[in-house]
Design a protein around this ligand. Structure first.
Ligand SMILES: C[S@@+](CC[C@H](N)C(=O)[O-])C[C@H]1O[C@@H](n2cnc3c(N)ncnc32)[C@H](O)[C@@H]1O
Length: 305
């Protein structure tokens, strides 16, 4: 098999994550296990790594790794369920949680319906246990629901016209493939790779409820991490990065009273300290070798209570 996924900001993210070589760590987005392997290489005999991924394809890779390295175990679950999983495993507070968001190269290149470059059934589910795939979204959402998806998650200025064009096309018959969808997009927004990938990404975000999962996952990670432990997040687009930035900022604030309040009454307690003031981005060497790294941003925060 070709390389499953080239890990992004590998050294930087693990350098920031590991504060105790015998701690327990969570890789919330195991993928092909690149970050987990680097993490395990830094941990001592009593260190532990727990991988999460919703994708069935990650499970096989993770099972092999858990056989060869007993310090590792895997949960084929959504990272929004980290708290329940860790409670079930009785890990106690963990030393760090890493998120490397979005999709792996393997998913884009080999799993169904993620890429407009191949003609395939519209699917886009990272977790095949989900009931609603891109096919259902495209063929059953009302025009204004579709327009919202393209506007909110794709920042597409022609979102309403595109939604109407999809509904018109549906009247002639179901839209079943990526190529069919790409053609409809082309008639309204043009078919430049940039536009097509933005709209496909918007659909993917909707199908997998990626932003809701990210908010819930961050809360769970912060709750599950012990004092002095860290939460590190690599994001790939502005919607994700904004959620991470705002969550870290809120959790690091000591007061959230309205502006110009003279005496603080909110009682807010800061739970985090920001470790990276500005996001860490890959250097030129990395982006030259791995184009996917170009949009990556790493933010890290430390639990202080
Ligand atoms: C960019 S890849 C991670 C690559 C990994 N760091 C590596 O080195 O191979 C993102 C992975 O996160 C998984 N994923 C995305 N959203 C998830 C969620 N809410 N819960 C669990 N896994 C998720 C995807 O299935 C994908 O395998």
């Amino acid at each position: 098999m070709a390389v499953y996924h080239e890990p992004v900001l590998l050294k930087e993210s693990i350098d920031f994550l590991v504060t105790d070589v015998n701690g327990t760590y969570v890789d919330a987005t195991f993928g092909g296990g690149g970050h987990t392997r680097e993490l395990l290489s830094r941990l001592g005999r009593d260190g532990r790594a727990i991988g999460f991924d919703v994708d069935e394809n990650s499970r096989g890779i993770a099972e092999d790794l858990s056989v060869s390295d007993k310090r590792f175990s895997f949960q084929n679950r959504n990272f929004s369920e980290i708290s329940e999983s860790l409670a079930g495993m009785k890990t106690g507070p963990v030393s760090g949680v890493l998120f490397d968001l979005g999709v792996s190269s393997f998913q884009i290149d080999h799993e169904e319906g993620f890429s407009y470059r191949r003609d395939e059934k519209l699917d886009m589910r990272l977790d095949k246990r989900l009931e609603m795939s891109a096919y259902e979204v495209v063929n059953s959402y009302k025009a204004d629901q579709l327009a919202d998806v393209f506007w909110k998650y794709g920042e597409e200025s022609r979102s309403r016209a595109l939604a109407r064009a999809i509904v018109r096309e549906r009247d002639r018959g179901r839209i079943t493939t990526t190529l069919q969808l790409g053609e409809v997009i082309g008639t309204v927004c043009g078919n430049s790779p940039k536009v097509l990938s933005r709209i496909f990404q918007a659909l993917r975000i909707e199908v997998n409820k990626e932003l809701d999962a990210l908010s819930a996952g961050l809360d769970a990670a912060i709750d599950s991490t012990g004092r002095g432990g860290r939460v590190a997040v690599i994001s790939y687009h502005s919607l994700e990065d904004r959620i991470v930035k705002e969550k870290f900022r809120y959790e690091a604030a000591t007061c959230v009273c309205p502006p110009r309040t003279i005496i603080c009454t909110c009682g807010k307690i800061a739970r985090l300290k920001q470790v990276t003031r500005k996001p860490i981005v890959p250097g030129q060497d990395e982006t030259r070798l791995n184009s996917r790294a170009r949009s990556a941003k790493l933010r890290v925060a430390e639990k202080i209570v």
